[in-house]
Design a binder for this molecule. Sequence first.
Ligand code: NI
Length: 390
Amino acid sequence: MKKQVALFLAFILLFSGITALASEVTVFAPDGRQVAIPAEEAETYLNLGWYGTYEETVQTLYAPDGRQITVYLSEVPAYCQVGWYEKMEDTVVTVYAADGRNMQIFKAELPAYLAVGWYASYEETVQTLYAPDGRNMVVYKNEVPVYTELGWYQNYEDTVQTLYASGGRTIKVYKAEVPTYTMLGWSERPVTGPVVALTFDDGPHGVHTNSILNTLAQYGVKATFFTLGSQVAAYPSVVRRAYAEGHEIGSHSYSHPNLNTCSASTVQSEISRTVSALQNAIGAGPTLFRPPYGNHNATVRSKVGVPVILWNVDTLDWKSRNAQKVAEHVLSHASDGDIILMHDIYGSTAEAVSIFVPELLRRGFRLVTVSQLATEKGQALGAGTVHYGF
Ligand code: NI
């Protein structure tokens, strides 16, 4: 009996062990199903793709407008197909303002932001601008109007300009360099038709030189002034104006002597005193020399240091003092490559200029400085070389 009780108890224990082994657990499918199974089968189910907790079978998805939902794992592909995202960060994008600001918005808001001037990428908010001297920089688009106002260009092509010389030669330079190159004889327009150099001696004159400068400015043409050092000292502001307006400034000696009859030291003094006078007035020396009366000898040519420029059209304006005669002389004699001699100390000459300049232009002439004329004609100007025309 005791043996029987012991056996029974053992049986009970065994049975309760079986009962423990046969206890149930619930497993969850990724599509929402759930089933209670004997605990010992759990591992098998887990291996088949079931989950031990409900939480593992669902996932939060994010819409591009900020909404979020929880779906069964099995539904995830279908939801992603119609625009839901598994990661919240995939639902937002950064937008950029034209002034450098940026912010994150939901993807659904992107069209609305683009419509009011935001950009989808940083690169779109900036723009490269170009200076007329070749520099460039990157600015925010909202700064573009300010910079263009200051002289920057939106296109590189706008910062360069083609200049022209005779023989079909062209050169591309930055716009900032145009004044320098036109001084050297390059032209902003294609070089066609005859070109001449107007030259004026014995000034500057307090009244008539200004009158001539007014006419030249009115028609946008350039000339060459062979100044006397003594007159430069007396009227520095006049020569300063001529220089500032792009005319060429030459020397005509200091006091207008016949240099062929002067000692070498006097020749030297006439040259260097005029250089000093011009340095004081315009900060630069003469680029050309025209000896009084056209008289020059070896001493003059060796000391002058710049080209010696004479003329091949003499208006004799000092003799006639008649505007109509001077104008007629220029109009009947001017031809391509000429250097035309006048004097800016006569009212009649100033009046003549206002008559013949528009007529020369009407006839297709271009009026340039002596150095420009030489460049256009491909002539080198050396110190002490003598030129009558080109
Ligand atoms: Ni003279």
